[in-house]
Design a binder for this molecule. Structure first.
Ligand code: NAP
Length: 310
């Protein structure tokens, strides 16, 4: 089965390629040269905001599945440049939809917990009304709606608080900063489900290994996917830092008002996993176990100094 991964060099794209490549005919696409970990992958260097290039790719390769991970993912940059956010998340997706429809592929789109306003008490289900608080969430929601109206065959997976080995993420940034800092202020009034990209990629491998048609036969649907368990950013950050530094680093739990950012974030980002578990019979592991594995892998490639400056 031929599978195209857009944003193949990104955080989720890299782990999807890694998981699926040994078992399927995987092609990558991205706008930069293929990074070193993808050099032996069949890779198209294209910008998805150009409709012709993705159309050419799909016409030539006719992938059965397209994992569309590419997008403008820097939430604060999106807030500062709405035009770029809409181009990267909506216009690019429109082009992927058009190409996917022509090649009769099934499009798997990755959306976000940030389409919700975060005011609900309790978990967000797939049917809860969306009301994004920031431009990033708005641009992803517009892409979702476009897909629902226009794509022939699609699945939407809303995911949250991603981190992985390839790309910038909250735990990586903290571990880098901890090389020179010992005191952190991290927000404790936003709660969600930290999600390891390798776990999400391995979920797709499990599903497709059991049955190549498993995703296509579901019909057009939206799912939430995340690791089990919940945390605030402060709890997540403390956990990651404690793996390396024990109690030697201090984390002050603060409100988001104390750490202003250009984009507002929802306070409650907790995605319900019930539908996904029921349909796929899959139980994601707890985020702490996943974060522990991430940390071990991260440390192999990024030796971290044991002693931090006082
Ligand atoms: N990160 C999160 O916490 C999070 C949470 C929920 C949902 N999501 C969604 O999950 C997906 C994967 O996220 P991620 O964090 O893995 O993303 P990422 O690391 O930022 O990777 C995205 C990749 O897409 C590429 N790309 C962007 N625009 C492109 C274009 N116009 N043409 C071709 N390639 C393009 C990027 O290339 P450049 O390096 O050149 O920019 C990058 O390699 C995204 O759709 C995101 O919205 C992410």
């Amino acid at each position: 089965m031929k599978i195209l991964v857009t944003g193949a060099g990104g955080m989720l794209g890299s782990d999807l390629v890694k998981a699926l490549r040994p078992h399927f005919d995987v092609i990558g696409a991205g706008r930069r040269d293929a990074p070193p970990h993808l050099t032996d992958l069949r890779y198209w260097k294209i910008d998805l905001t150009d409709p012709e290039s993705i159309a050419r790719l799909c016409a030539a390769e006719k992938p059965r599945l397209i994992f569309h991970t590419a997008g403008m993912t820097q939430v604060d940059l999106c807030e500062l440049d709405r035009t770029a956010a809409l181009r990267g998340n909506l216009e690019a997706t429109k082009n992927v939809v058009a190409a996917s429809n022509r090649s009769r592929s099934t499009l798997i789109f990755f959306s976000t917990d940030y389409i919700f306003d975060g005011k609900k008490r309790g978990e967000y289900t797939e049917d809860d009304p969306a009301a994004p608080r920031n431009v990033y969430g708005e641009s992803k929601l517009l892409a979702e709606k476009y897909i629902q109206q226009t794509a022939g065959k699609f699945l939407i997976f809303r995911i949250s608080w991603l981190y992985g080995l390839h790309g910038a993420s909250f735990p990586r940034t903290l571990l880098e900063r901890a090389k020179t800092e010992r005191k952190f202020k991290i927000v404790s009034d936003q709660t969600g489900r930290p999600t390891y990209t390798a776990d999400l990629a391995n979920f797709f491998l499990d599903v497709l290994s059991a049955n190549e048609n498993a995703l296509e036969r579901l019909g057009n649907q939206t799912f939430h996917w995340a690791n089990e368990g919940i945390a605030s950013w402060a709890e997540f950050g403390s956990f990651i830092l404690s793996l390396q530094y024990g109690n030697a680093v201090s984390v002050e739990f603060v409100s988001s008002r104390e750490v202003p950012r250009p984009a507002r974030r929802p306070q409650n980002s907790i995605l319900s996993l019930r539908k996904m578990k029921g349909v796929f019979g899959f139980e994601p592991r707890h985020w702490q176990e996943a974060a522990g594995d991430f940390f071990q892998e991260y440390r192999q490639f990024n030796p971290i100094q044991k002693d931090i400056p006082s």
